[in-house]
Design a binder for this molecule. Structure first.
Ligand SMILES: NC(=O)c1ccc[n+]([C@@H]2O[C@H](COP(=O)([O-])OP(=O)(O)OC[C@H]3O[C@@H](n4cnc5c(N)ncnc54)[C@H](OP(=O)(O)O)[C@@H]3O)[C@@H](O)[C@H]2O)c1
Length: 248
């Protein structure tokens, strides 16, 4: 009897949860627990870390997990590395669902960096207007810089402080091209810092930046250990079909 552990937090994870539920495949959906109001899933859910590689390996054994699908965000490198190590240790097959990164197009003004510190170092020394499209955990790397920062978070707890002189917008995407164009114009944005998340939900800001010739500091994806990878939820279902008797 299969029992799938689906590591979530992305659009692809939610799409796969729907396919698993429709196919009546026994599965557990796992959230890290970073957001106050995670999207409800049509599968049994659990929330919070497993306790590193050992904790995850123990969980796989105690819960009788037969396959793991890592559909975490391409920048959730800690979880993805742990999944590779724990699945190897426990002898459980692992598949990653990872969307393709965005590719540079004619007219783009991208500057590639490896991490947030690299992005902060690459911004010009003189004061300019910077859209930090990176999520609230990572803004500390930009503290002390002279710029006018624009931040946009999906949710924000007023008890938390932001270590930057910044204008803050609290709004949950996806945003379309016209919305992003209007935002960049309204704040006279000259530089944007973003992670190469890939996918369509966060893409419009990149297209708007090209139109307005905004300089984009693109944080490239972290390097992960080799693992079997597909791009879509449907491909993950196919993989499961080869690795488990799903009774579909
Ligand atoms: N990083 C991003 O840009 C980004 C963007 C959108 C969504 N997300 C989602 O937000 C979550 C956290 O991202 P992150 O970058 O903070 O991850 P991370 O740095 O790779 O993970 C740190 C720790 O959080 C726990 N964790 C992460 N994802 C988990 C999951 N799906 N289920 C249970 N525990 C999980 C694990 O704790 P233990 O070691 O204790 O097991 C992991 O070692 C991920 O699920 C990811 O898909 C991340």
């Amino acid at each position: 009897m299969p029992r799938v552990l689906l590591l979530g937090g992305t659009t692809e994870a939610s799409a796969l949860a729907r396919l698993l539920a429709d196919g009546r495949v026994p599965a557990v959906f796992s959230y890290a627990g970073r957001t106050e109001a995670p999207i409800p899933q049509p599968l049994p859910m659990r929330t919070g870390g497993f306790g590193g590689v050992e904790g995850l390996a123990d969980y796989l054994k105690s819960e009788g997990i037969t396959q793991v699908i890592d559909a975490t965000h391409p920048f959730a490198a800690g979880m993805s590395r742990n999944a590779v190590a724990a699945c190897t240790q426990a002898g459980v097959p692992l598949l990653a669902v990872e969307r393709r990164p965005w590719a540079e197009e004619p007219g783009d003004r991208w500057h590639h960096v490896a991490d947030y510190q690299g992005a902060a170092a690459l911004l010009p020394p003189e004061r300019t207007s910077v859209f930090l499209a990176i999520g609230r955990q990572n803004v500390a790397a930009f503290a002390g810089l002279p710029h006018r920062f624009l931040l946009r978070f999906a949710e924000f707890d007023a008890r938390q402080s932001v270590p930057l002189n910044a204008e803050l917008i609290v709004e949950r995407g996806p945003f379309d091209f016209d919305q992003e164009l209007a935002l960049l114009r309204a704040h006279d944005v000259r530089w944007m810092v973003t992670k190469n998340a890939g996918g369509s939900a966060a893409r419009a800001k990149i297209d708007a930046a090209r139109r307005l010739q905004v300089e984009v500091v693109m944080i490239d994806r972290p390097t992960l250990p080799p693992r079997e990878t597909v791009e879509t939820a449907a491909q993950a279902m196919e993989w499961l079909g080869h690795h488990a008797d799903l009774g579909l």
